[in-house]
Unconditional design. Structure first.
Length: 181
C-alpha cells in the first residue's frame, strides 16, 4: 500500500487527511490502535495520540468522523467474564409471540442480572426461539434461581424456553478495521 492509496477512511476525515502524509499514516496507526481497544486510563485519547503521532484533537476528530460515516458503529466493552470468575453463563432462549417480543425484550433488558438481550429470527422447524438473554453467573444454581425469579416476575411460566450453559470460551474481541495481510 502506498501513501496515496491509504485506507478509504482518510477521505472521511478531510480536515485531517489534507494535513499531509504524517497524518495519513497516523490515521492508519489510529485504526490499528482502536482494534486493540481504548487504553484503560482517564485520558485514553491522549494515550492514542502519543501512540499514533496525532494530536489528541486529531484523534477525537477522526473517531467522530468515522462514527458519523458508519466506519465505527459503536464503542463497546468486551469483558473477559471467565477471568473474573463468571463461569456459569447461560443463554436463555425464548419462543415469544411476535407481538409480545418487543415489550418482553425491554423488560428483560432492564433486569439487573441480564447482561445481554436481543431478538433474532426463528429458524423453523428446528429452532423456534426468537428472544435471547444472557445471564452471567458464578455458579449454576444461582443462575437457575435468577431464572426462576425472572419467570415468576414476568409471568413466563407457560412460555417455551431453553437454558444453554456455555461449556467453553473461544475468543472475544472488538471490531477489525485494517487488513493485516
Amino acid at each position: 500500500m502506498t501513501l496515496h492509496h491509504c485506507p478509504e477512511s482518510l477521505a472521511m476525515v478531510p480536515e485531517i487527511a489534507s494535513a499531509g502524509p504524517v497524518s495519513a499514516w497516523g490515521l492508519l496507526r489510529l485504526r490499528r490502535q482502536l482494534e486493540l481497544g481504548l487504553p484503560l486510563t482517564p485520558k485514553p485519547y491522549e494515550i492514542l495520540a502519543e501512540k499514533t503521532g496525532l494530536s489528541e484533537h486529531e484523534v477525537m476528530t477522526a473517531i467522530r468522523q468515522w462514527q458519523a460515516h458508519g466506519l465505527i458503529k459503536r464503542f463497546g466493552l468486551v469483558v473477559r467474564h471467565r477471568t473474573l470468575g463468571y463461569t456459569a453463563n447461560a443463554m436463555v432462549v425464548w419462543d415469544v409471540p411476535d407481538d409480545h417480543v418487543q415489550a418482553l425484550g425491554q423488560a428483560l433488558a432492564h433486569t439487573s442480572y441480564i447482561t445481554l438481550c436481543y431478538q433474532r429470527p426463528r429458524r423453523l422447524p428446528d429452532w423456534p426461539y426468537n428472544l435471547f438473554c444472557m445471564i452471567h453467573g458464578v455458579d449454576r444454581q444461582r443462575v437457575m434461581n435468577q431464572l426462576a425469579t425472572l419467570i415468576a416476575e414476568q409471568g413466563l411460566e407457560q412460555t417455551p424456553h431453553a437454558v444453554l450453559f456455555s461449556t467453553k470460551a473461544y475468543r472475544q474481541r472488538g471490531g477489525r478495521y485494517v487488513s493485516h495481510d
